[in-house]
Design a protein around this ligand. Structure first.
Ligand code: GZL
Ligand code: ZN
Length: 327
């Protein structure tokens, strides 16, 4: 786990402040710093994809702009590292804790500890399956089921009037993560109505290019006829494109490709005709997160579920959007 303190000053004050500042319940010196600034402890999933890089930048830039003291920990996609980071934020008595849970399950204990310490928690990007909704103040992120449904809808329209079988391979996101579970269920729900659609292989590519490439190589070796690839993020789709081309096939033509995220590299592949359709998943949660942090610190009510705005892109739309793409 890499603990980044956003400024040596904060680190210094935290060491000093730790002794004097009782905090976290809003009416005392704010978390560990005596400059009255809000201290946010953020536990990030890792640095597995272009989406994650953009998400981290959005959070760090927004914290700086909002004058929020950010403590940031990269968990390298390991749940135990996220739990350790959250525990260290509790020990440091930060004002607010936020995190993107790498998987949906196994959070109740540490979230109970944060609640007992009177430190409010905000979920960003991914959901948890805790039944106890008092364990966090709000969840801001996409609806991954809808993202999967959008991908399925496009495929159904693309093959309208055409006979099957349509052999589909699926590169799933991180096993147990909300985006992997929900993008899978949303997509499969849409295509199950027509038996011509057959998912002939489905396996995790861990949201990375390298794993996406490796799994696609195996898919290609085992399946002589693949018509469609549905990848749960652009990065796995881009890795798969390398494998498809190495196998002498044309991505976007011999094998239609649908991905999710719409990061710049994915949008470029879409504009180049190597990907056929991208469902956007916005990583730019930083500004809204900082607003929520201030509201929650001030004890204001916040919406329990905040949905991010996002769209879909065809090849033409990608060409138009690319020049001004922020990430
Ligand atoms: C989705 C996010 C996913 C992205 C991937 O909100 O959790 O994790 O789709 C990223 O690119 O790795
Ligand atoms: Zn779920």
């Amino acid at each position: 786990m890499i603990l980044h303190r956003m400024s040596a000053v904060v680190a210094g004050v935290v060491l000093l402040g730790g002794a004097m500042a009782g905090c976290g319940n809003g009416n005392q010196v704010s978390g560990g710093t005596d400059d009255g600034k809000i201290t946010l402890g953020f536990s990030q999933v890792g640095a597995e994809s272009g989406w994650r890089t953009a998400n981290t930048k959005s959070i760090q830039d927004s914290a700086a702009a909002a004058g929020v003291d950010l403590k940031f920990a990269d968990a390298q996609q390991k749940q135990e590292n996220q739990i350790k980071a959250i525990r260290s934020y509790i020990a440091q008595k930060v004002d607010v804790i936020a995190f993107s849970p790498v998987v949906e399950t196994g959070w109740d204990a540490v979230l109970q500890e944060a609640k007992a310490a009177n430190i409010p928690v905000i979920l960003t990007d991914r959901a948890v399956d805790s039944q106890d909704k008092t364990l966090y103040k709000t969840f801001i992120g996409s609806d991954f089921v809808v993202e999967g449904q959008k991908a399925g809808d496009w495929l159904v329209k693309e093959y309208e009037g055409k006979s099957g079988p349509v052999n589909i391979v699926q590169l799933e996101g991180t096993t147990g993560s909300a985006p992997a579970n929900d993008r899978k269920s949303g997509f499969e729900e849409k295509i199950k109505a027509d038996p011509k659609f057959k998912i002939i292989a489905s396996q995790t590519g861990k949201f990375t290019r390298a794993d996406g490439k490796e799994v696609m190589e195996a898919f290609l070796k085992a399946n002589p006829k693949i018509d469609v690839l549905y990848a749960h993020n652009d990065d796995m789709g881009l890795g798969a494109i390398e494998a498809i081309e190495a196998a002498g096939k044309k991505p976007g033509t011999d094998i239609k490709i649908i991905t999710v995220d719409a990061v710049k590299d994915g949008m470029q592949a879409l504009a180049d005709g190597k990907i056929n359709y991208i469902v956007e998943c916005s990583p730019l949660l930083g500004p809204q997160l900082m607003d929520l942090v201030k509201k929650v610190k001030a004890g204001e009510q916040v919406e329990p579920r905040i949905l991010t705005e996002e769209t879909t892109f065809t090849r033409e739309q990608a060409k138009e959007a690319l020049p001004t793409r922020k990430y």
